[in-house]
Design a binder for this molecule. Structure first.
Ligand SMILES: Nc1ncnc2c1ncn2[C@@H]1O[C@H](COP(=O)(O)OP(=O)(O)OP(=O)(O)O)[C@@H](O)[C@H]1O
Ligand SMILES: [Mg+2]
Length: 247
């Protein structure tokens, strides 16, 4: 893990302050995030819950620097995103952040092994394939190394995505429904593995989930509704409800 002044362990690893995001749709502007304030301590395990359409995936995209907010401040591992251009954000993600997307985002023309090795290769690791193989073995896919995503089940693709997100030992792992496509046993196994890997590497976990058992296993649960945090799991009073009708 990269240690520098920008990753002071005493500071929160993630800080969102007054984050708003408005996007244009065919029917006019949509207020997707409506003033998000959130502080996450290093090593914390956060479950993010809330109804479909409440803004969970969007909040994750903003935390990963994949979507720029309309207003507000985002600081991750001591870096303020406003000061980084697209290349800077991509380098920052490579060095600090692992991401598991809701739709996996595996490269269809690459095998499971190649998909997991990519972030390591980008980072210039000489043992990328060896580490990728170990990562896939850890998620129970040692027998599927040369399969392409189209030859894997949904749950297997999800596990490849998890192995890829973890392989570079990120300080922050963002995962969107990491157990959404898994049966109960495999899901429980993947969660155990996530927590073990996180503990070993000191990784902060932010897990979006509809799975109450997974949310309960986290240190705290952050609840979103209509683009706002209505409960940050710290016992603070919820924000006032939105006065504007949801789009
Ligand atoms: N590019 C976009 N343009 C306009 N509206 C969008 C765009 N992306 C997302 N939205 C809207 O923003 C809202 C929040 O979407 P988001 O994907 O963050 O929800 P979510 O909480 O992750 O839901 P789910 O549990 O179904 O995955 C939704 O109402 C969605 O339709
Ligand atoms: Mg989502």
């Amino acid at each position: 893990m990269t240690q520098s002044r920008s990753s002071d362990p005493a500071l929160p690893i993630v800080e969102l302050a007054g984050v708003h995001l408005t996007l244009d749709s065919g029917a006019g502007p949509v207020n997707i995030l409506r003033g998000i304030d959130l502080s996450v301590a290093r090593g914390e395990r956060i479950g993010v819950v809330g109804p479909s359409g409440s803004g969970k995936s969007t909040m994750m995209m903003v935390m990963a620097g994949l979507e720029r907010p309309s207003s507000g401040r985002i600081t991750v591992a001591g870096k303020e995103f406003a000061g980084l251009n697209e290349d800077g954000l991509a380098r920052f993600r490579r060095d600090h952040v692992g991401i598991v997307f809701q739709a996996f985002h595996l490269v269809p023309t690459m095998t499971a092994l190649e998909n997991v090795a990519i972030p390591l290769e980008f980072a210039g690791a000489s043992d990328a394939f060896d580490r990728a193989r170990k990562g896939l073995e850890a998620v129970g896919l040692g027998h599927r190394l040369t399969h392409y995503p189209g030859q894997l089940s949904g749950g297997e693709q999800q596990r490849v995505a998890l192995a890829r997100a973890f392989v570079a030992e990120p300080s922050l792992l963002l995962a969107d429904e990491p157990t959404g496509n898994l049966d109960a046993d495999t899901g429980a196994q993947v969660v155990r593995l996530l927590f073990e890997l996180a503990e070993r590497n000191g990784t902060t976990l932010i897990l979006i989930t509809h799975d109450n058992a997974l949310a309960r296993s986290c240190d705290r649960t952050v609840r979103l509704s209509d683009g706002r945090i209505v409960d940050d799991g710290l016992g603070r009073p919820a924000q006032a409800p939105a006065t504007v009708a949801a789009q």
